[in-house]
Design a protein around this ligand. Structure first.
Ligand SMILES: Cc1cc2nc3c(=O)[nH]c(=O)nc-3n(C[C@H](O)[C@H](O)[C@H](O)COP(=O)(O)OP(=O)(O)OC[C@H]3O[C@@H](n4cnc5c(N)ncnc54)[C@H](O)[C@@H]3O)c2cc1C
Length: 547
């Protein structure tokens, strides 16, 4: 270690951290919950965060139109000390309101004093003698702790395709997940948006009305659902507060951690007109209800899934006049089964893309050849832009973990270990990395689960594990190979019973060249997941080796 680095790392003692029980990484819903709960239980904890403020993805994703697709009432912590006097302004809050929410959480939980902002973790090593992790950060400061809990989220690694000539563009170019904190004025500008996941839909919708011109580059359409956004009246918030205890209790009992679940019927168990009526009723609720409160077999059965797609398409076609746009955004043949790629919510997206100042490029017919000084050259022509928005997604779920230089006991990183597929025990730990846990990561409900619900459900399991280890005076815990092979087998077998493997989605790791193609989420729903975790805890942490 060079002298400068040594001096920097010594500053940890002057800063008064001393011996830490736990270092948590990431100041989103999951990490902040860990900090709060572990401190409450008497652990000495510090939280390291790469961003300049708390809020997790809502710190980074502040592009125009960024908002959550879970309704606000369910997208918050369950602590009454927080929700009892928190009123939402909109049914689906935007990034600004969510940042205000995190300030509110901090005002009640007093979090910031133990959060080190602007502190990006780069790597770590485990010392077998002390049974502790030394954690390295950008800038050279090191932290030492017995346990290392990574709450780095599913979107820690933005993905930018390897476009030829990307650096030659002379205008503004930004990935949605790395949007300039000071904002970006797109009024009167020529804007390109590449991509159509949740971020692509939101940026197009928000930016087109003020840009002089917007070009949307679409490869696979997102099969978007109406948000039916509205402001929250006093009566709406009163109703939310009244229902909160029941709704919060229900979250852990549903597949996706919401206050609703799939219906008990299969699509073809109902007569045609009844089925249509049910579809219509769910459609009217909008939002994720259309996805996760639909017939129970839409995710498993192709024919049922097609019925859901056809209903969706009929609704969307009624809003698109131009047949070319209709075939791009709502094609006759579904691009993949409905709902096996995350459907985003929209407000007036299908109207916005028909504006006179919007062009849509179908990347299945016209491919991007390269970026130029002035814009983008496709197989057809060169387009000129002032601003290019890369709504190209993330190396989701596992990318934040696999990109870190965290060395396991055999010298391999997590990325090297998972190069031919993810292996975990309970989606929380992986063999070779003792005393290291990760939340909202692969083979856990993560991407299938409402964020704050998962932060509390899986976060509660994490806290129990650490409390049990402390009670037993265990200083080393490591996932076992046979347990993680069994967990992997279960996840992949259940995945194969669903339609998820049929889409090239980030759920399947298929948006990243070279990434193993496998379902990255635990696919049997939150209640089954929690049952498996509780079983392991009841058995004295089966699937782990303790010492
Ligand atoms: C655009 C977008 C829309 C979303 N919409 C929804 C939605 O509608 N509903 C829903 O339930 N979920 C949604 N999500 C998922 C969202 O990730 C979760 O809701 C929730 O934010 C997860 O919280 P978390 O604490 O696990 O992770 P995050 O909120 O992602 O927080 C992780 C934190 O870790 C930090 N970090 C990462 N790596 C490092 C490092 N090496 N060193 C230091 N710090 C690091 C990051 O800076 C970040 O602050 C959305 C995600 C995105 C990106």
């Amino acid at each position: 270690m060079n002298i400068a680095k040594k001096m920097q790392s010594n500053t940890k003692l002057e800063m008064g951290e001393g011996e830490l029980d736990v270092v948590v990484v990431g100041a989103g819903f999951a990490g902040l919950y860990q900090l709060h709960k572990l401190r409450e239980k008497g652990f000495k904890v510090k939280l390291l965060e790469a961003g300049s403020d708390i809020g997790g993805i809502w710190y980074w994703n502040r592009y125009p139109g960024a908002r959550v697709d879970s309704h606000g009432a369910i997208y918050q912590y369950s602590d009454p000390a927080l929700w009892k006097d928190w009123a939402f302004k909109e049914l689906y809050p935007d990034w600004q309101e969510l940042r205000e929410y995190f300030d509110h959480v901090d005002s009640r939980w007093d979090l910031r004093k133990d959060v080190m902002l602007d502190t990006r973790v780069t790597g770590a090593e485990f010392d077998e003698t002390s049974r502790k992790w030394t954690i390295h950060t950008e800038g050279g400061r090191d932290f030492v702790a017995r346990f290392f809990v990574l709450c780095t989220g599913f979107a820690a690694k933005p993905y930018i395709p390897d476009f030829k000539g990307l650096d030659s563009f002379r205008g503004e170019i930004h990935h949605t997940g790395l949007w300039p904190q000071e904002g970006l004025d797109t009024a009167g500008k020529r804007v390109a948006v590449i991509g159509m996941g949740a971020s692509g839909v939101q940026v197009v919708q928000e930016t087109a009305p003020e840009a002089s011109h917007l070009t949307h580059f679409v490869r696979t359409p997102c099969l978007a659902i109406p948000m039916w956004q509205r402001t929250m009246s006093d009566a709406d918030n009163e109703e939310m507060w009244r229902d909160m205890p029941v709704d919060m209790a229900m979250r852990f009992k549903t597949f996706g951690g919401f206050n609703y679940d799939f219906s008990p019927w299969g699509v073809f168990e109902l007569a045609d007109e009844d089925r249509e009526e049910v579809f219509q009723r769910i459609w009217q609720r909008g939002g994720f209800w259309w996805w996760l409160n639909n017939f129970k077999d839409v995710i498993f059965d192709e024919k049922s899934n097609r019925a859901q797609y056809d209903f969706w398409r009929k609704k969307v076609l009624a809003r698109i006049k131009d047949p070319r746009l209709a075939e791009i955004y709502a094609p006759k043949e579904p691009p993949h089964p409905y709902g096996v790629k995350r459907p985003s919510l929209e407000q007036n997206f299908y109207e916005v893309v028909q504006r006179d100042n919007v062009d849509v490029v179908d990347l299945k017919r016209e491919t991007i050849e390269c970026f130029t000084e002035k814009g983008i050259k496709t197989s057809e022509r060169e387009y000129e832009f002032d601003v290019i928005v890369l709504a190209t997604g993330f190396d989701g779920v596992s990318g934040g973990l696999t990109s870190l230089d965290i060395k396991g006991v055999d010298g391999r990183t997590i990325g090297e270990k998972w190069s031919d597929g993810v292996r975990t025990q309970l989606g929380m730990a992986t063999k070779g990395f003792p005393n290291l846990f990760f939340l909202y990561g692969p083979q856990s409900p993560s991407g299938f689960c409402n964020g704050p619900t998962c932060a509390e459900a899986q976060g509660g399991v994490m806290v129990k594990i650490l409390e049990n280890l402390r009670a037993e005076n265990v200083t080393r815990i490591e996932a076992q190979s046979d347990a993680e092979e069994a967990w992997r087998k279960f996840c992949l077998e259940v995945a194969d019973m669903t339609l998820f493997p049929k889409a090239d989605s980030w759920y399947m790791g298929a948006n990243i060249p070279g990434k193993p193609r496998e379902l990255l989420m635990y696919p049997a729903g939150l209640p089954a997941y929690l049952e498996a975790c509780e079983k392991s805890i009841a058995e004295g942490l089966s699937g782990f080796q303790k010492a």
